[in-house]
Write a protein that binds this ligand. Structure first.
Ligand code: AMP
Length: 358
């Protein structure tokens, strides 16, 4: 079935007013659409570049109804939106990616179970943990260290802790609140990479090349793409990506994070049902950027080419690093993206820089 494309001037609603919402709004504007941001704050990076803005709580179902009725299609820039808000909005306008993708990715346990059992892709061994006895059992089955994580609301390494041996069970369990946890076997990977991919409303899939990611202080620091591929894992990673997008009957851009093992085995760590920080390099690589790709998918347009003309290194500008933006922008082949956040705070993602390196 071929879906009709959204007409220019149509309104795309975006839950979340941060930098991802901002860059989605900028891409939508370029394609001739208007955007409407929904955020709890009135003055947001995305709101400042959008035609319309609603400032209301996510449990204000009347505000959500009014917002949704004013939009032709709705998307979101972060996954921790309460399901009730999405269900309410979905009564009045189509939502991409679907409520199902959002619901499953809310919880690491349901996400890993779905990936393993429905998408048939490799994930690390894991157990649902409610008691210290269950954690002790998991550790003995793994026969090595594990990573204990909260099932919900974890990001940038928050809500997780490595448990090296049985002696650390009690303190680790207590530190994470002692309920609704997941224990994953520790994966001694040789590198972390991601794939950004999109699926359109007719089921066509476009995958970007593998992106090598380096983290600092549990936060993404740099991404390089297309990444070198000494173990020839690219084809397998793309095949896995296809299986995931199909299993979700997904529409939009997804970020998929992988671990690459020393023997070339791949493990899917997690998915993000949205545009992803490790896909920011696409903005200056000479291919369709991930934000435009996402808008194309939800607007019913065909996807653009995911083939970059350049190799690009993206570096996040965290906190005070944004003050280097002016100097960085003087360099040829270097492109600064400033999120126009009003307060510089340590650890806050303030912008990023894309540098063409090949
Ligand atoms: P996550 O929030 O699941 O993306 O985890 C954040 C980071 O912790 C990952 O990017 C990895 O560097 C590390 N990590 C998470 N899970 C594991 C695991 N099972 N084994 C080894 N490292 C992990």
């Amino acid at each position: 079935m071929t879906s009709a494309a959204l007409k220019p001037g149509s309104v795309i609603g975006i839950f979340g007013g941060g930098q991802l919402g901002r860059m989605l709004a900028q891409a939508a504007t370029q394609l001739g659409y208007k955007t409407h941001i929904y955020d709890v704050f009135a003055n947001t990076p995305a709101g400042r570049v959008s035609e319309y803005h609603t400032a209301a709580q996510y449990d204000d179902l009347l505000a959500i109804e009014n917002f949704a009725k004013a939009c032709d299609v709705i998307t979101y820039e972060f996954e921790n939106i309460p399901s009730a808000a999405i269900l309410e909005a979905g009564k009045h306008a189509p939502i991409f990616p679907s409520a199902k993708a959002l619901e499953i990715s809310h919880d690491r346990f349901t996400e890993k179970t779905f990936l393993r059992d429905q998408a048939n892709v490799p994930v690390i061994d894991f157990f649902k943990i409610e008691t210290m006895e269950e954690l002790s059992h998991a550790l003995s089955v793994f026969d090595g260290p594990c990573v204990l994580k909260t099932r919900r609301f974890g990001y940038d390494g928050k809500g997780q802790i490595k448990i090296n041996n049985p002696k650390e069970i009690k303190s680790g369990f207590a530190r994470l609140g002692g309920a609704d946890l997941i224990a994953e076997k520790f994966a001694p990977f040789v590198r972390e990479f991601s794939i950004i991919a999109a699926r359109d409303q007719n089921g066509e899939i476009a995958c970007y090349p593998i992106t090598e990611n380096v983290h600092k202080d549990h936060r993404l620091h740099t991404s390089v793409a297309p990444a070198p591929d000494p173990q020839n894992i690219s084809e397998e990673a793309h095949a896995i990506t296809h299986r995931i997008l199909k299993a979700f009957e997904y529409v939009g851009v997804m970020g998929i994070e992988f671990f690459e093992m020393s023997d070339g085995r791949l493990i899917v760590n997690e998915i993000a049902p949205r545009v992803h920080n490790s896909g920011h390099w696409t903005q200056d690589a000479g291919c369709t950027d991930q934000f435009e790709q996402h808008i194309r998918a939800l607007a019913g347009l065909p996807l653009g080419s995911p083939k970059p003309k350049h190799t690009v290194r993206m570096t996040n500008l965290i906190g005070d690093e944004i003050k280097q933006a002016g100097e960085l922008a003087k360099q040829a082949q270097t492109f600064v993206h400033d999120y126009d956040k009003q307060d510089i705070r340590p650890g806050r993602k303030m912008g990023h820089v894309n540098e063409i390196i090949g």
